[in-house]
Design a protein around this ligand. Sequence first.
Ligand code: FES
Length: 174
Amino acid sequence: MSSIKQGVQAQSFSEATLARFAREVAKYPAEQKQSAVMAILSIVQQEQGWVSPESEQGIADYLGMPAMAVHEVTTFYNMYNQRPVGKYKLNVCTNLPCVLRDGQKALAHLEQKLGIHMGETSADGLFTLQQSECLGACADSPVMLVNDRHMCSFMSNSRLDQLIDDLRAAEGKA
Ligand code: FES
């Protein structure tokens, strides 16, 4: 687990963002407001694209919990971005069952197609390529998740090419 930076300045959030936080906190008894941490992290990521150490500190202050406890949540779930990512975050499952059914090959194909290595973002800012743990669809391997929401199954090289080409076309970068 990566360590949180010392002496980080807490981010202050807009009134609109604080109102969204408040709606999440209101779902829990007052003494359990820390239970809203995942929802609040999601709001920050939705608005900023990632969760910075400054945001973690701001959330910690808002919820009355240690920044490290917020950081532990951010780093436990790979849906939270700990650095800026491309417009399309591509998470390819490389857990063992998928590796046995071409998961690693799918990742390698995307690396070659995008001209980046796993963990990197393409120069045009469109794609970030990552590995993921089991996505719960091992029988459909190779599988990947786009932007933490859209599951893509049976991703042969031709289907991967089609996906990238379609996304590029949608962005006018075909
Ligand atoms: S191991 Fe890849 S989806 Fe389960």
